[in-house]
Design a protein around this ligand. Structure first.
Ligand SMILES: *Cc1c(COP(=O)(O)O)cnc(C)c1O
Length: 388
């Protein structure tokens, strides 16, 4: 695996963003303020007229948040980006900026559960229909795109890890005049840069790898100036899910180590996935890196994957024996995590819905953290032996 980022993109993570006002601090200050004052009437009226771009109120523009947005835009190869208070705020603002009653969107199946719920509740009430399609079946995608407003993708998906040819799907969307967007939380810009593959908007739950330390809930959307301007005009300031300055500061800190963290997650997770695949009690390992080749545009794999036990393994006994792996949702931090599929299936996708996100009740999702491959493997091997 070569570095997924161009040298200037890597450097932009490390270099201090001192515009001359930060006393050459290597770590930027946090602008932990709700408002910014004006020294006189003329300065204030010039800002309101838009003649001078400067912070007025943090829900609109905050220098710390802006610094994170500029870093992320560069990393994704975009012109601009917008930070949000959560990944879901990013997803809802992005989608709601492009639809009105009577419209239809297309989404790949097995999207993040709360995105599925957003489409089934808020969008449904707005009379926006959703067509789900298998993102691996390009013919099926081409059939359902005509007339849609948005094509919502996620690749790889975050439980069954279905990986799509993102460039090919983006080209189909373009051909049919459909705005394409993708949840890139799993791969991060280090391994996949969807804007360069022709996708219009890239969305992240920054709570995962971008933050990388399990101490932030945040989101971000990147794209062209025009696309981001549309979000600013249609949804972003009014839905109000603004990223806070302190969280932006933590994200700036997290981004600096993104490349080395992703390499470590990739190596450890691939090793463990391959060893699991060798075990008799394991029916299937769902990890895109185990296929003959990765889909074009995906240049590496992260630390999140799942596997399915054969019948007869006591998953409760397995889970309770683990100590380095903690039982917990989310992922993308330094710590290893496990989520049993049968636990997630206790929560319905939606009232009266039998949808299961493709989750097998005998599956287990692992996030491989940074504790060390051999220590993690020893513990997994022992827990599996004890439970089978
Ligand atoms: C966590 C997650 C989200 C939602 O992000 P939040 O920051 O929790 O709102 C969206 N997509 C994927 C793939 C996720 O894992």
């Amino acid at each position: 695996m070569t570095d997924g980022l161009e040298p200037f993109e890597l450097a932009s993570l490390i270099t201090a963003h001192d515009d001359g006002n930060f006393a050459e601090a290597v770590v930027p200050p946090i602008f932990q303020t709700s408002l910014f004052t004006f020294s006189n009437y003329d300065e204030m009226i010039a800002s309101y007229r838009g003649e001078k771009v400067r912070p007025i109120y943090t829900r609109g523009l905050n220098p710390t948040v802006r610094m994170f947005e500029e870093m992320l835009a560069k990393l994704e190869g975009g012109e601009d980006a917008l930070g949000f208070a959560s990944g879901m705020a990013a997803i809802s603002s992005a989608v709601l900026s492009f639809v009105e009653p009577g419209d239809r969107i297309v989404a790949v199946k097995h999207v993040y559960p709360d995105a599925f719920r957003l489409f089934g509740t808020v969008l449904k009430r707005m009379k926006v229909d959703v067509t789900y399609v298998d993102g691996r079946d390009e013919e099926a995608v081409a059939k359902v795109l005509p007339g849609a407003k948005v094509f919502y993708m996620e690749s790889p998906t975050s439980w069954v890890m279905e990986a799509h040819d993102v460039g090919a799907l983006a080209a189909l969307a373009k051909q049919h005049g459909v705005v394409s967007m993708i949840d890139n939380s799993w791969a991060t810009p280090y391994f996949q840069q969807p804007l360069k593959l022709g996708v219009d908007l890239v969305i992240h739950s920054a709570s995962k790898y971008l933050g990388g330390h399990s101490d932030v809930v945040a989101g971000v959307v990147a794209g062209s100036k025009e696309m981001i301007a549309r979000l600013k005009a249609e949804a972003y300031p009014y839905l109000g899910g603004k990223l806070s300055p302190f969280d932006a500061w933590l994200l700036i800190r997290g981004l600096r180590t993104l490349p080395i963290r992703m390499k470590a997650h990739e190596a450890a997770a691939l090793t463990i996935a391959k060893r699991l695949q060798e075990l008799d009690v394991v029916e299937q390992v769902c990890h895109p890196g185990l296929a003959n080749r990765l889909p074009s545009g995906l240049n590496g794999t992260s630390g999140l994957f799942s596997f399915i036990f054969r019948e007869g393994v006591d998953i409760r006994a397995f889970a309770d024996r683990l100590t380095l792996f903690k039982l917990g949702v989310s992922w993308g931090g330094h710590e290893s995590l496990i989520v049993p599929g049968e636990v997630v299936l206790q929560q319905k996708a939606q009232p009266n819905s039998a949808h299961t996100f493709g989750i097998n009740p005998r599956s287990v999702r692992l996030h491989i953290g940074l504790e060390g491959t051999e220590a993690l493997w020893k513990e997994l091997e022992e827990a599996i032996a004890a439970a089978s």
